[in-house]
Design a protein around this ligand. Structure first.
Ligand SMILES: Nc1nc2c(c(=O)[nH]1)N[C@H]1C(S)=C(S)[C@@H](COP(=O)(O)O)O[C@H]1N2
Ligand SMILES: [Mo]
Length: 369
């Protein structure tokens, strides 16, 4: 993207700032401009950034990736050794589990993400499976713990007794799936520092927290890992025989968002306006998308711009003849998946302040002026 950090006028005659919106300065948490999903792949400099600790200083020359725990032959790979292994390139959408939190009523704690804690990129790296095979994964290993080089004291209670690293475990079955990459490139270039330089995990289909950045350790374990991030933080309640139990978040849930118009935008009456957005899911495909311009009373099928590609978003659009009548209108979108399941109409409280995937109301104003 050239001309970044300046303003430009696009063809809808509105000014958009070209850049990320700061939700928190340190550690860096920046939101992507979701109203500008003009390209299928989010330009790297516009990809959202979600970090819990200051960025660790790693360099390629001394970088080492340890693979140990429940494996026959533990090993450590240098950056060059990793680069010399057969690689794969695939597109994956990352969404932070807290994306769209600002839409929760009443307001909740946590970064007030609007629509931009989601982005889509192309990632290149070595399948995690290849590394686990090389190390000789033990038959009875149940999870793979991915550990980043960043550390610190987390903010939420109950707080651990000592500073911790950012770590997340994947169930064995997911870790062995071919889509999970140990990536060193994003959109065809070296990973930027903010996105995990020199190496990060990419776990397509799971919420962003699983895609560990600044990855330095891969450890196979025989007991489920109950680290801070997947118990205190990114966890939810699930019913087991009538009793709620805590589980780490995983699969991204079916979701769609309206990119344009934006919240509180004013539109001219009786004109054709192209409503646009994107829809995505975790381990299924998005097959249909509908839009309501009357607060959910009636729905119209919109049209996809992008083809079906597992783990990647599909942008969509709908031409809307704006009403004659000035006033406030509520726009909503809802996606359907391959199994015929539609987005839920309310936020599920079992997810706490995460997984905000109900149709998000976009209020707009029809105005003569
Ligand atoms: N090491 C490390 N990895 C991490 C994080 C982190 O704070 N430290 N944040 C996670 C979360 S919550 C998300 S949503 C994604 C965001 O990736 P991005 O910053 O490249 O968009 O990274 C994940 N990986
Ligand atoms: Mo996240």
């Amino acid at each position: 993207m050239e001309g970044s950090k300046t303003n430009y006028v696009d063809n809808t005659h509105q000014f958009f700032s070209v850049g990320l919106t700061i939700r928190q300065k340190e550690p860096k948490n920046l939101e992507a401009p979701f109203d500008r999903i003009d390209s299928y792949l989010t330009p790297t400099e516009l990809f959202y950034i979600r970090s819990h600790f200051p960025i660790p200083a790693l360099d390629r020359a001394s970088y080492q990736l340890r693979i140990d725990g429940a494996v026959r032959s533990p090993l450590a790979l240098s950056y060059e050794e990793l680069r010399s292994m057969p690689s794969e390139t695939r597109v994956a959408t990352l969404e932070c589990a807290g994306n769209s939190r600002v839409f929760l009523v009443p307001q909740v704690q946590g970064a007030q993400w609007e629509l931009g804690a989601v982005s889509n990129a192309e990632w290149t790296g070595v399948p995690l499976r290849a590394l686990l095979e090389r190390a000789g994964l033990a038959e009875d290993a149940c999870e793979i713990v991915l550990e980043g080089a960043d550390r610190g004291m987390p903010k939420e209670e109950p707080m651990p007794p000592i500073p911790i690293s950012y770590a997340w475990s994947l169930p064995r079955a997911k870790a062995l799936r071919s889509e999970v990459l140990i990536a060193y490139q994003m959109n065809g270039r070296q990973l930027p520092r903010d996105h995990g330089f020199p190496v990060r995990a990419i776990v397509p289909g799971h919420y962003g927290m699983a895609s560990v950045k600044w990855l330095t350790g891969i450890q196979a374990v025989r007991e489920p890992f109950h680290g801070y991030w997947q118990t205190t933080d990114y966890a939810y309640w699930v019913m087991m025989d009538g009793k709620p139990v805590r589980r780490p978040l995983g699969e991204m849930q079916l979701k769609s968002q309206i990119a344009r118009p934006r919240v509180c935008e004013t539109l001219a009456p009786n004109r054709i306006y192209t409503i646009s957005g994107a829809a995505w899911a975790g381990e299924t495909d998005v097959t249909e998308i509908e839009v309501s311009t009357d607060g959910g009373r009636t729905w119209t099928r919109a049209e996809f711009v992008d083809p079906v590609r597992r783990h990647a978003w599909r942008r969509w659009k709908l031409e809307w003849m704006t009403p004659q009548e000035p006033g406030q209108y509520t726009l909503l979108s809802r996606a359907w998946d391959a199994a015929g399941v539609v987005q839920p109409d309310k936020h599920d409280r079992n997810y706490g302040t995460y997984v905000i995937n109900h149709p998000l109301p976009i209020e707009v104003f029809i105005d003569e002026s």
